[in-house]
Write a protein that binds this ligand. Structure first.
Ligand code: DHB
Length: 432
């Protein structure tokens, strides 16, 4: 459906004519948000072109979070983007909160009837990229010098390809799904920016070791936060709180294990299993929201519009929730000429974004040590955790936030979904 239109195209710096293409929706950023949007638009009969400055391999090998909310899994499965999440993902019915050297299980299924899936973002990306290949999607990785212009009237996205040729996409609408270093977000005039910095970061590792626990363990200790997550039976993902200026290459395996073991130490017989560390990196912490998420014919989705600190793994889930709403709004705008629909997007998306901002902030502050904090606050957070794990209401509040707040307007949130809505602890939805 995308048409080449070489006539009248501008000339690139080398004196060649730039190739001009017109498309209904140009998507800047082909990570999970951009590709899921492109996939949903394809289903709706709306054509799109997605571009990304990163190579497909680069995106596929950048480790990110690994937890999907129930509605994220529904969206992947019910839209036909991924069956693999039900086969290869691990359904988790809860998490452990560990403090005072003792783990407490929070049983999401029992509390809310919902669970989450451990399925890494890199796999979500692979599934989406394959779905776009399968359906003939137009996704252009590894481009450079991306420019977005005239978003109020006749938007264009231009870029240089790997061979040095300049291309211009003229688009009805541009979506900025270009992550936390977004070039699109600055194009929103009269934007408000809300942010919070944190005086700590996460040291993240991948290691070759068996699982230490059937489900994730979020730990508060005198020495700081630690999180025991997983990837496969033989590959584990773990994090511990560190200084943002920490240099991963200066940490030996022994020092890393000492940091993790001392934070996980306790009185309940828990034992953290070790193995060779095959990757290490420091993850920044930041809360950020830009409002509105729309300017004329430009709309922002995912990290381009908002970032959350990693505690609680809301980033990818928020991005998928954004594009579920966005696909619906764009379909109305493009196919029915209902451009008023575009004006509803920002408010609908931001309502969830602020819930997730609060949830991520709350989980973060409850579980981390602020350097130099008063002893009073340390004891107060232990009081908060003790109150939480002893209260059905408290645990339910955590479970609702972690598994994701329902949104009945979302694609796939239907009674016919192949992903169970009321858990009985079984692996509902896996068959087939
Ligand atoms: C993972 C990351 C998170 O930030 C989190 O809260 C849970 C799990 C992960 O990478 O597995």
């Amino acid at each position: 459906m995308t048409q080449e239109r070489p006539d009248g195209a501008p000339v690139d710096p080398a004196g060649r004519f730039a190739t001009a293409t017109s498309t209904q929706v140009a998507i800047v950023g082909a990570g999970p948000a951009g590709l899921m949007l492109s996939h949903l638009l394809h289903i709706a009969g709306v054509d799109s072109v997605a571009v990304d400055i990163r190579s497909r391999h680069q995106i596929e090998t950048t480790h990110r979070a690994g937890i999907l909310e129930r509605d994220s899994v529904r969206l992947l499965v019910d839209s036909g983007a991924s069956d693999r999440v039900l086969r290869d993902g691990d359904q988790h019915r809860g998490i452990y909160l560990r403090f005072g050297g003792v783990s407490h299980h929070i049983d999401f299924e029992a509390l809310t009837g919902a669970s989450v899936w451990l399925y890494p973002q890199t796999d979500v990306f692979k599934d989406l990229a394959e779905a776009r290949d399968r359906d003939g999607g137009d996704v252009r990785f590894g481009v450079r010098d991306v420019r977005v212009e005239d978003v109020l009237h006749q938007p264009t996205v231009s870029y240089t390809d790997a061979e040095g040729a300049r291309h211009v996409l003229s688009a009805g609408i541009v979506v900025g799904a270009d992550g936390s270093h977004s070039i699109c977000r600055a194009l929103v005039a009269d934007r408000q920016q809300f942010f919070r910095e944190y005086p700590f970061a996460w040291f993240g590792i991948l290691c070759e070791a068996p699982k230490s626990s059937p489900e994730l363990i979020y730990t508060r200790s005198d020495l700081g936060f630690a999180l025991i997550s997983q990837r496969t039976d033989r590959l584990q993902r773990m994090y511990f709180q560190c200084d943002p200026a920490e240099r991963p290459e200066e940490w030996s395996d022994a020092r890393i294990w000492d940091a993790l073991q001392s934070r996980l130490a306790g009185h309940d017989g828990f034992s953290l299993r070790e193995g060779p560390i095959i990757e290490r990196s420091v993850l920044p912490f930041r809360s950020y929201v830009q409002a509105p998420l729309r300017h004329g014919r430009l709309l922002l989705a995912g990290d381009a519009g908002h970032t959350v600190p990693p505690t609680g793994a809301k980033g990818l889930n928020l991005a998928l929730a954004d594009v579920a709403v966005l696909a619906e709004v764009l379909e109305r705008a493009v196919k029915k000429g209902d451009t008023e629909a575009l004006s509803t997007y920002s408010e609908r998306a931001l309502a969830r974004v602020w819930k997730a901002q609060h949830f991520s902030y709350w989980m973060t502050t409850m579980l981390h040590q602020v350097p130099g904090a008063a002893a009073f606050d340390e004891q107060r957070h232990l009081g908060e955790l003790s109150t939480l794990v002893a209260s059905e209401a408290g645990k339910t509040y955590l479970a609702e936030g972690y598994t994701g707040w329902p949104d009945t307007t979302r694609h796939g949130a239907t009674p016919g979904s192949r992903v169970s809505s009321h858990g009985d602890g079984s692996t509902a939805g896996r068959e087939g």
